[in-house]
Design a binder for this molecule. Structure first.
Ligand code: AMP
Length: 283
């Protein structure tokens, strides 16, 4: 595996791959790799001839006061994981490399980016779309893999790729969870012992809401959400819910009566840590 630090070098390599008619897969990450990232990298290895894993803590998707500075950056450990799982290139650029002096172009999906997480993180998805655009251009990926964990991100990026006729296919892979149900996240390390103990209730509450729909046939989103909130009130006193919504998985529009495809998304603060999760209600 080669560690590449500059976009110019990456583009030279991927252009050579294209000329040799190799298919290219990209797995974009912010590093601190865990089993969720590992499942994307392993799948990526099976999905094409060449595999690029990117590792970049993207400052433009963090707002002032968020955890940009304390976000974990274990580069050597991450490189060992990416290499073990068969990446051809680990692309780990500096901030100046991605955002050189004079950088002034932004990619935005304003409506979908303003809802759900966008309400409390209004500039977040603009940063995500812009950096993923750059990563797709440099890697020349035919396929890019994302986690369902960040469903809003995946829905927005899919919209961007469609709207701008970008030549990359995006695919989302299932959420990898701890045995107790907590979705793996690089931010789980911030949780204190009692917070970590209660955190699996985030998923358990949503599963209880889904059960109301699936076992009892209750299709009113308000009742399903209330079931979840009741569960959390009882079992997850440390949670401060930022939002809990039932949405159309493609458009992220809220759904009142669950008849077709639907997904329930949540963000909640547990102490100072903001956790997100989601669950398919109707596939
Ligand atoms: P991040 O490093 O948090 O930006 O995540 C990089 C990619 O890994 C994104 O596509 C995430 O959705 C995905 N990812 C993060 N956590 C998980 C998880 N628990 N299961 C599956 N994919 C995940």
């Amino acid at each position: 595996m080669q560690i590449v630090r500059t976009g110019c070098e990456l583009k030279t390599i991927t252009t050579g791959w294209k000329e040799a008619a190799s298919s290219i897969v990209l797995v974009p990450t912010m590093g601190a790799l865990h089993k969720g990232h590992e499942s994307l990298i392993s799948s990526g290895r099976d999905c094409g001839d060449k595999l690029v894993v990117s590792l970049f803590v993207n400052p433009t998707q963090f707002a002032p006061g968020e955890d940009l500075d304390k976000y974990p950056r274990p580069l050597e450990k991450d490189a060992a994981i990416a290499e073990k799982l068969g990446a051809d290139i680990l692309f780990a650029p500096t901030v100046d490399e991605v955002y050189p002096a004079g950088f002034d172009t932004w990619v935005e999906v304003p409506q979908m980016g303003a809802t759900l997480c966008g309400k409390s993180r209004p500039t977040h998805f603009r940063g995500v779309c812009t950096v993923v655009n750059k990563l797709l251009n440099l890697s020349r990926a035919d396929l890019a893999l994302f986690g369902e964990k960040d469903w809003q991100q995946y829905a927005i990026l899919s919209r961007m790729v469609k709207d701008l006729c970008m030549p990359t296919t995006l695919r989302a892979l299932p959420i990898v969870r701890e045995e107790d149900g907590l979705a793996l996240s690089s931010r789980n390390v911030y949780l204190g012992p009692e917070e970590r103990k209660q955190a699996p209730m985030l998923h358990k509450g949503m599963a209880a809401g889904k059960d109301l729909l699936v076992s009892k046939g209750v299709t009113a989103a308000a009742l399903v959400k209330q079931e979840v909130l009741n569960f959390w009130k009882e079992n997850f006193p440390l949670a401060k819910v930022d939002y809990l919504e039932v949405v159309d998985p493609l458009t992220l529009e809220p759904i009142e009566n669950i008849a077709g495809q639907a997904r329930m998304l949540v963000a909640a603060y547990v102490g100072k840590t903001r956790l997100i999760d989601n669950i398919v209600l109707v596939a």
